[in-house]
Design a protein. Sequence first.
Length: 354
Amino acid sequence: MTVFGPGVGECIVLHLGEGDWIIVDSCTSPVGDEPAALGYLRSIGVDPDASVRMIVATHWHDDHIQGLATLLSECSNAQFVMSAALGTQQFFQLVLEVNAQNRLVKHDSSASEFAEILDVLESRTRGPYAVGPSVYADDGKRIFRGGHAGTAEVWALSPSAATVTNALTNLAGQLLTGGECKRFKRFTPNDLSVALLVRAGNYDLLLGADLENTAAPEFGWKAVLSSAVRPATQAAAFKVAHHGSANADHDEVWSTMLVKEPIAVVTPFAKLAEPLPRGTDVQRIKSRTSELYCTTWRPSKKPPRRRGVDGIVRGATKTRRAMNPKSGYLCFRVDLSNSPATPAIELFGCATRL
């Protein structure tokens, strides 16, 4: 598992053995437009077009989909997976047709990225009346089997049935507002997020996406915990949900879905006055783990002061942060022939152990 998190953005690249690669979400380099996953795979001699079996979009937030259309275009043999909460054929056809008339989405936006992905899917052999992902992900669905000895599996743990029903009921009225759409603002994309369980040999990974807690038991982590169809296993490693924020932390996830003191990795979100994870988040997560890593640390810092400029900037902005000019990522490797499996972790750029 290779995890990218440059400060704004997240991408996970999985190698499940036997040359089978899966990419979860997408981000780009802070200094370029190429999807991080493409550059990484090519740098290690892997042909993305020949080797990537599946691309998963966990949810539709800008920081998880940057470059996703390019990624899908370059990996022409990959299945595309996304949340079943956006899963009606009529919806995909609507976006495709209306965007062709240039009246639905604004350029350089999450909605635009979505429309570009549909253009890529339309260009494949299934034709314009079969536009949409290859697989819809929801609670308890196995979305992949293969890799190591043909036994590696990837399971979707969310969204719940209630989330899917709620989203589809409100979809059409929320999308078509009569004007140009920049983002799907009336949705709460984290509610539709696809958390994943990855099983390979004797080692399990829990990928929390941006799934959060809710008051209602039918949604979020409460729904995952009460699911009767998810695999009953405890993962040894955890990609912490929603950049380590407190509203994505659930005690029962740690006690029932993870081994005691697992290894964890968090990707930061620096596009806030107080970036995630915060100091209290780091301490809380460290208290539950044997090792905690962050892909880019620190995620941001106070910008340098420039006489005569600060006053102008303060008058035009609410907050100002300097992005870390370096990005980082980490590689998490497990030799599945060993029992028990012992991971080896390698850090790159400004990735660090916290």
